[in-house]
Design a protein around this ligand. Structure first.
Ligand code: FMN
Length: 191
């Protein structure tokens, strides 16, 4: 079977919970990012931006945003829960935040710009997995947090976080998850 088809038919995300923070080769990261921005984009509007969070920034954002914002929304949080929030990004070697930045256009609807942003996330995920990394697309609560949107360069009034792609190393191969039955989701129109 064609190598790419075989990969796409069997690739699997590794949860951030089970990945190991290690090292992403710089040229791999550049390849992943190049694949991320090579997506269908109606009108070539680039209605998205990517922010790589790595090294100390993973900890800084945890300390300055994840932990305090979590406490603000969960005043009863335990020390253990707060620590977990603070260290979220440390689960990965790098986290790529993908921001949806709609552009005002007379013909192209915002929905299509959202779809293109989803394609950016997918491409990053698939590219990272194709290089053997553990990767997962997550939104979790902080994708909907204004401070988080701002720290990755967005405007909370207009922009949305499409997600964070966590990239790390695999401890072991992930187990397969439930997949849709072909006949339940694919239809053919032939006449
Ligand atoms: C937009 C989006 C947001 C997601 N956010 C979460 C999340 O916050 N928490 C979670 O456990 N899984 C989340 N997931 C699902 C994970 O990526 C999950 O591991 C996925 O089912 C892996 O499937 P795969 O092996 O087909 O890549 C999200 C998926 C998408 C598309």
């Amino acid at each position: 079977m064609n190598e790419i088809i075989n990969f796409l038919k069997t690739r699997r995300s590794t949860t951030a919970k089970t990945m190991i923070s290690g090292h992403i080769n710089e040229s791999d990261l550049n390849d992943i990012l190049a694949c991320g921005i090579r997506v269908p984009d109606h009108g070539a509007l680039n209605p998205w931006s990517l922010t790589v969070i790595k090294y100390k920034a993973r900890y800084r954002i945890g300390k300055e945003i994840l932990a305090p914002e979590f406490v603000l929304n969960n005043p009863e949080a335990t020390e253990e829960e707060i620590d977990f929030e603070k260290n979220r990004f440390l689960r990965a070697s790098a986290v790529i935040a993908v921001l949806f930045k709609p552009v005002s256009h007379p013909k192209i609807p915002s929905w299509e710009m959202e779809l293109s942003t989803g394609a950016v996330c997918s491409n990053i995920l698939v590219a990272a997995q194709s290089l053997g990394y553990a990767a997962q697309w997550l939104t979790e609560w902080y994708s909907y947090n204004d401070k988080m949107i701002k720290v990755v360069g967005g405007k909370p009034e207009t922009d949305k976080l499409a997600g964070f792609i966590y990239i790390g190393d695999k401890e072991k191969e992930p187990v397969e998850r439930r997949r849709p039955k072909i006949e339940n989701v694919i239809n053919y129109l032939t006449e």
